[in-house]
Design a protein around this ligand. Sequence first.
Ligand code: ZN
Length: 267
Amino acid sequence: MWIDTHCHLDAAEFDTDRAAVVERARAAGVVQIVLPAVGRENFDTVRLLAHEHGFAYALGIHPLCVERAVDDDLRALSDALAEHRADPCLVAIGEIGLDHFVPGLDHARQERFYAEQLKLARRFELPVILHVRRSADTLLKHLRLTTVRGGIAHAFNGSEQQALAFVALGFKLGFGGAMTFERALQIRRLAQTLPAESIVLETDAPDIPPHWLYRTAAERAAGASSRNEPAELPRIAQTLAELRGVSLPTLAQLTSANARAALPGLA
Ligand SMILES: [Zn+2]
């Protein structure tokens, strides 16, 4: 029984066959999926989707959506959190964080939205789901200033030192399709050596396809799909099981327990 701790099930890529995607996930043994929001415009969508399928959701403003967000969206987030705080499907604030990889973004603006959302996480006593892209040290700096109830550093791709700093602050690290590429040496080394209790699994579907779904830019331009989906989680987990030398059932039990520890609302 698997938990996909990060899937954008509301993405347009799933518009034509969302019900079938959910069916396939269930058939593959994925019993729980966490649906993070990316901005005010999809707060209702992820909440309703989670309720429709018995999944979990998070509310937040994604760093890549900060450019088009307005300050009033933070108030809308605060209002939505106040309204749905007692909703058992609401398990975190997310997806929030910083993206220092995509060129041309306003870092100061991202940082302000991140800091404000950490304050909301503290006020509403919710864990956070973090987008970490070349930004681990700045994220950590804010987490030391505003203590929150831990959470998940999703699609983690930092150094071991940064990973352990997140762990020390009560965070789990999310691993997914990137780990299935043999050339992803740093991610695979972390997946292999981090403390067992610090790892959770995720697909980030429709993004971050595992190697068997990967298509080159030329193939995609020719119409090939590289869409990832939550039903891929057990096969992605197989890579982690091999890296760590544990059985799949042991890994399922371990990563599910870790997910519930990171996001207590899942329990
Ligand atoms: Zn995401």
